[in-house]
Design a protein around this ligand. Structure first.
Ligand SMILES: C[S@@+](CC[C@H](N)C(=O)[O-])C[C@H]1O[C@@H](n2cnc3c(N)ncnc32)[C@H](O)[C@@H]1O
Length: 255
């Protein structure tokens, strides 16, 4: 097996996102159903973390997750967004026009940030680190953050054997080189940041599947879905069960 260079991986990522090559239609309905309560929990957690953004220089790795995250009270001093894909960057620019704070966009490789040292107070992103060389990117994020600077990332995980099988069977949902996080990646982040986490979505996937079959699409608010979600909240507090979960929020500070 030949190993791809980072330039080749970047080119593939760029092509996939510019040309909209992914097909997630199969999983869309289940996701919407099964994650109904966990999206609400995620929203609450993000709202809490967003309080730190006001009057801060903020960098998004990726380019328009902020349009989903920010609420009406979020007013950074500046927001900078980068992406390797022109199309993804363009999507963000359209949202930026309506904002009261300055938003800057750069076509840039996240593995090799060209910002000066200590330029930002906060670096964040959604479903992005797993498209990158974690070690390189985390090194750059650490470098461009001011002392005490913060990180927040929401990422998919790839430790549960069932999810691994699902991923293998459904390559159309992912870019070829992406790698949802495993504990090795947490170790890399821990070298440069102190952080805590929230794990999401194990029972809620199975319960969501059953609930979707019984109650049908868009009838999310039911006892089966709620039970799956509550089991997740409870069991996500037990560290050795973390590999079973599908997603994680990581939030922490520069060492
Ligand atoms: C799953 S999507 C997440 C999008 C994210 N939520 C956002 O709003 O930008 C992954 C994103 O990573 C970007 N990407 C992939 N490789 C990159 C790289 N080397 N540098 C910067 N962005 C990259 C893709 O273009 C795509 O926008």
């Amino acid at each position: 097996m030949t190993t791809k260079t980072r330039e080749e991986i970047n080119q593939t990522e760029k092509d996939y996102w510019n040309e909209g090559k992914l097909d997630r239609s199969k999983i869309k309905k289940l996701r919407r159903h099964a994650f109904f309560y966990s999206y609400k929990r995620e929203r609450k957690i993000i709202n809490k973390l967003l309080k730190d953004f006001n009057n801060k220089d903020v960098l998004e790795i990726g380019s328009y997750e902020w349009t989903f995250w920010f609420n009406k009270d979020t007013k950074p001093k500046s927001l900078t967004c980068i992406n390797i894909s022109e199309k993804e960057l363009e999507n963000g620019k359209q949202h930026a026009e309506k904002q009261s704070f300055p938003v800057n966009h750069y076509l840039m490789d996240a593995n090799n940030l060209s910002f000066e040292d200590q330029s930002f107070d906060i670096v964040f992103g959604g479903a992005i680190l797993h498209h990158l060389d974690i070690e390189k990117t985390i090194g750059h994020i650490h470098r461009v953050l001011k002392p005490g600077g913060k990180i927040i990332f929401i990422e998919p995980l790839n430790m549960n054997p069932l999810y691994k099988i699902y991923r293998k069977l459904n390559p159309q949902e992912r870019t070829p080189d992406e790698h949802a996080l495993v504990f090795k990646d947490f170790k890399i982040i821990r070298n440069k940041f102190t952080f805590d986490h929230y794990f999401f979505d194990f029972f809620s996937v199975a319960f969501g599947f059953i609930s979707l079959k019984i109650f049908g699409d868009k009838n999310y608010d039911n006892w089966i879905n709620k039970l799956g979600y509550n089991l997740d909240v409870f069991f996500s507090k037990i560290p050795f069960l973390h590999p079973l979960f599908a997603r994680v929020i990581i939030f922490g500070s520069k060492k």
